[in-house]
Design a binder for this molecule. Structure first.
Ligand code: NAG
Ligand code: NAG
Ligand code: NAG
Length: 443
């Protein structure tokens, strides 16, 4: 039976490597990884060597950052955060002896594939870094402050598995202060869940919607491409929009999959749709349209009622595959890149740019109404500098218990929990504090 499942991407890889669209170079590996979730059994044949090689041209690796031992303990002046306009997104990762707020045993909400410590990841250095913005200090996450800000409110995370990754980080940090009760769950793999913090009457939820707009995801049974309806927001989450006070949107990686795109009921084009007679249009402008439809729908539905909603768009989080993705050591680094050691470029840069532009556009539109605020959580660069933060082979428990096998599945896209993604939520909290200090009426 297992042998009967063929690799759904084999033909696409072959035809695409001939066409050599610039973005295919960046797209192949994430697709290969995501295919693991949908088609978990077969590995790519080792003859598919263009797959790993396709990304080697975007990997820059030279000397390593200073070691822990040679770095003095953090003693820098703790500038208090009084400038409302600190740029949190430029800076560097510096050593921090304090380590994470939580661990995989204290927090009950970590998805198995990201519970690296529990799965036997041997090194722990990746836990002892903090982000230092160039212009200010990023305070350590304060669960109490966060819960006070969301008291009597509902904060929803909407998007793909990166949205879930960020949500689980937040829940783990909040649960060091107050216990969340899981009050709702539905969908395969608990894709729709809701927690309630009785202490603050705060609701935190997650909605699976990898495109934000309506779509039919590819599956083993159905077509092996996604269908996206770019002008229609996905009601699986949007139907609850009226009861959300904060929305965190996080999408990107699913746009690399094969897909047919519809707009106004007509086929707009497609991406990787081998065998279908549609125009190949890539995925950048599609991502833009999906985001624009989403942000516009929030303005349309929430802007006019004088209601209040704050919207965060977490920007694209780069993958860090090196060498062959299905071998041991696909993301082997154990330290962050130093500032300027790795530049933001290519697909990562383009995806981020589109997201930032759409958020800026929505800010202008939303400002007409006063009740709708938008901000980008621009983590792309922070994320790019953390090749050490992924589960890699530890997406599965003790992957080397029986020695190093020839093929090892690696996750170099999601983040270990605890891990770098905790910092996304630290910055998110600073944005919320800034919003709180600048009431809407003054904007
Ligand atoms: C996790 O944290 C708890 C509480 O702080 C502590 O008792 C426990 O030893 C920690 N576990 C690990 C594996 O670090
Ligand atoms: C609890 O929070 C919800 C919003 O999430 C709100 O509608 C409700 O009124 C709150 N309950 C109390 C007792 O304040
Ligand atoms: C593909 O589409 C073009 C333009 O719409 C059409 O001329 C052509 O006949 C189509 N080919 C097939 C195989 O359907």
């Amino acid at each position: 039976m297992k042998m009967a499942i063929s690799n759904p991407y084999k033909d696409q890889f072959h035809s695409l490597t001939k066409k050599l669209f610039p973005w295919t170079l960046y797209a192949l590996l994430p697709i290969a990884l995501l295919s693991l979730y949908l088609y978990p059994l077969p590995f790519l044949p080792s003859t598919e060597s263009e797959l790993p090689h396709s990304t080697s041209n975007i990997i820059i690796s030279h000397s390593t950052p200073p070691s822990f031992a040679s770095t003095p303990p953090s003693s820098e002046k703790e500038n208090t955060f009084d400038t409302p306009s600190c740029d949190y997104f430029n800076g560097k990762w510096i050593r921090d002896r304090r380590g994470p707020l939580y661990n995989g045993t204290t927090c009950g909400t970590i998805k198995e594939g990201q519970n690296c410590i529990k799965h036997g990841r041997p090194d722990s250095g990746y836990l002892y870094w903090r982000w230092k913005p160039s212009e200010c200090k990023l305070p350590r996450f304060e669960p109490k402050t966060f819960l006070e800000l969301v008291e009597n409110k509902h904060i929803a995370f909407v998007g793909d598995s990166m949205a879930r990754n960020q949500l689980e980080s937040l829940l783990c940090m909040l649960s060091t202060f107050s216990n969340p009760n899981l009050v709702y769950t539905s969908g395969d793999d608990n894709k729709f869940r809701r927690w309630h913090f009785d202490s603050h009457n705060a609701t935190v939820s997650v909605y699976w919607s990898p495109f934000l707009v309506q779509g039919v995801e590819k599956s083993n049974e159905g077509p092996n491409h996604n269908k996206l309806y770019l002008d229609l927001v996905d009601e699986r989450w949007a139907k609850d929009m009226d009861e959300m006070d904060y929305v965190v949107l996080s999408i990107g990686h699913w746009f690399l999959h094969p897909a047919v795109y519809f707009e106004g009921g007509l086929v707009l084009g497609c991406h990787y749709c081998v065998g279908l007679n549609h125009t190949e249009i890539g995925f950048y402008e599609v991502l833009r349209k999906a985001l624009r439809t989403t942000l516009n729908s929030i303005i349309d539905r929430r802007g006019n009622k004088g209601s209040k909603i704050d919207v965060i768009v977490t920007t694209f989080s780069p993958a860090h595959f090196e060498g062959e993705w299905d071998k041991a050591g696909a993301c082997p680094k154990t330290k962050p890149y130093r500032d300027r050691e790795k530049e933001l470029e290519g697909m990562d840069s383009e995806m981020r740019k589109i997201e930032i532009e759409e958020v800026e556009d929505a800010k202008v539109k939303g400002s007409e109404f006063g009740g709708v605020r938008f901000e980008a959580l621009d983590v792309t660069k922070l994320a790019l500098l953390r090749p050490d933060g992924h589960p890699g082979p530890y997406m599965y428990p003790f992957p080397f218990a029986n020695g190093v096998q020839e093929r090892v599945q690696n996750d170099c896209v999601h983040w270990c929990l605890p891990g770098p993604v905790d910092t996304w939520n630290e910055i998110f909290l600073e944005i919320m504090k800034k919003w709180e200090d600048h009431p809407r009426t003054q904007e």
